[in-house]
Design a protein around this ligand. Sequence first.
Ligand code: SAM
Length: 213
Amino acid sequence: MQFTIITIFPGIFDSYFSKAMVKRAQLKKIIDIKITDLRHFAGNKYKSVDDTPYGGGAGMVLKIEPIYKALKSIKRKKKSRVILFSARGKTLTQKDLRRLKKYDQLIMICGRYEGVDNRVAEKLADEEISIGNYVLTGGEIPAMVLVDGITRLLPGVLGNLESPKDESFSKENELEYPQYTKPEKFKGWKVPKILLSGNHGKIKDWREKNKRY
Ligand SMILES: C[S@@+](CC[C@H](N)C(=O)[O-])C[C@H]1O[C@@H](n2cnc3c(N)ncnc32)[C@H](O)[C@@H]1O
């Protein structure tokens, strides 16, 4: 699976993508992450990729030309999809992650400022994704969310012990039961007795009862 991220802040990903699961998945060559600096496609000496909105209003809007050129520069794989991050998009769910993991390549466009010229959504992107009903400063955190959420579903990334099979949302709207670990008692706050009983049947029932929907 190849992730290509188009952004005006390429360095923003360094820390997250060089640690833990995402790092391991890259080392195992299960994923490949490429970052495309939108400013390389600015086409002017000031490297500006934004302009004022038609119709007036506050802030700046990312222009379509640099995004078009950036997309053209990316070698497309057979099963490739272009995603634009936008608060106006469809809200991301676990089901979307399972759907998107089937592509060979996801190309993600990170908006900034007041957003992106809407012709990018209309003509260049295959879908618009929001990661929730709130406004962030840019699409870079949504890109990290997508890379993380998809990578952990790819075969060979998580060990059996961390399997994503029984976790929250693996069945529609079912949230995992609560988990506890040592110590048994902390400041007088106790772990539910049943979990210490060794009775697997009862533990299973308790866990089933304590799931959320
Ligand atoms: C400050 S926001 C633009 C907000 C826009 N003016 C609005 O009111 O919807 C800049 C960029 O951040 C990204 N962004 C912000 N919130 C997001 C969300 N909830 N999901 C996905 N992307 C988001 C998008 O790429 C957006 O173009």
